[in-house]
Design a protein around this ligand. Structure first.
Ligand SMILES: [Fe+2]
Length: 324
């Protein structure tokens, strides 16, 4: 199977896919009911409290690193088997989410990433935050190769934590890197192959030369946000006015036929170890390993999820453990 060369909406679909290709992202409203979103949200918050580090959801003074397991960018939990909790796998098997990705790729035979969750507390003063505009697709990789997404579980208004995305930027991916040959001399690790950070002048090029516009992607609980991995984006930290704890589950699927047998086996092994990966489902398969404190494994680490998923046929195929 080859990756579709659908850089600029090759077809008129007459549905949300037209918006997806034009804007480089789309918000699908209410793919799960609000009550179901509230259930997933509560599971995330329960999971954070299960570490017994003194986190009190009613006491913002405890919303600090001291009372939380380690995370990346103050919200992404890359360790502690977070990606394999039962509720996360339940979310990955939500029919409407699977259906959205099946519509994009034209197949129901999909692999899912072992992406994680994000819980970002507002009002934190113990962390610093700076924009990191980037794409999550290697400049060397042609065409639409990955579609990222998350299931939104909390209100994401203009001031809340959420996603900032350069609308329309995906269509200019090839031109940008033709004009700005990627500097790959900085010793990027294999894990970061599908990542490219932009400088301020690059952001201005998209805005001033290409007429793109940085948008805060607003959403409600139960919405699914999808974006082309060639879209420039980064996470917005909650602004001081926000009192909302941001809760999301990352979801990302690509056709199983795109994976080599070697990568599928790597993925199956990471599943057996309950590891978290990047958002790439079919290639660029690298685990995040255990959380460390210095050279030692964090004593809060786990050998298995708090609640293990039910290993049904669909899950095992999405995980790459079984073949289609
Ligand atoms: Fe990203």
């Amino acid at each position: 199977m080859t990756v579709p060369e659908n850089t600029h909406a090759p077809t008129h679909y007459g549905d949300w896919r037209d918006d997806f290709y034009r804007q480089g992202y789309v918000v699908l409203k209410g793919v799960i009911p609000r009550e179901k979103a509230a259930y997933y949200r509560q599971k995330e918050l329960d999971w954070l409290q299960s570490f017994n580090l003194g986190l009190d959801l009613n006491d913002p003074t405890t919303w600090t690193a001291e009372h939380l397991p380690q995370s990346f960018k103050a919200g992404m939990y890359l360790n502690y088997c977070a990606a394999h909790e039962r509720y996360v796998w339940e979310a990955r098997q939500e029919p409407a989410i699977l259906d959205a990705f099946a519509q994009i790729w034209g197949t129901e035979e999909l692999l899912v990433s072992f992406d994680t969750i994000n819980v970002t507390f507002p009002g934190r003063t113990d962390v610093t935050w700076a924009p990191w505009p980037h794409v999550d697709q290697a400049p060397e990789r042609p065409g639409l190769s990955c579609v990222q997404g998350f299931l939104n579980l909390s209100e994401a208004g203009p001031k809340d934590g959420g996603l900032l995305l350069m609308e329309g930027s995906s269509a200019h991916f090839d031109e940008f890197f033709a004009l700005n040959p990627p500097d790959r001399s900085q010793g990027i690790g294999a894990k970061h192959y599908d990542f490219y950070p932009f400088r301020e002048e690059h952001v201005r090029w998209y805005e001033q030369e290409k007429g793109c516009r940085l948008v805060k992607v607003c959403a409600e609980p139960g919405d699914l946000i999808l974006w082309d991995s060639r879209s420039m984006h980064y996470a917005a930290f909650p602004e001081p006015e926000s009192q909302t704890i941001r809760t999301i589950i990352y979801v990302c699927y690509t056709p199983a036929a795109l994976a080599t047998e070697e990568d599928r086996q790597k993925k199956a092994e990471l599943f057996r170890r309950w590891e978290t990966t990047t958002h790439w489902p079919h290639c660029n398969i690298h685990g995040h390993g255990k959380a460390k404190i210095g050279d030692e494994v964090d004593p809060n680490e786990r050998d298995e999820p708090l609640e293990k998923p039910v290993l049904n046929d669909r899950l095992l195929k999405l995980a790459g453990v079984k073949t289609y």
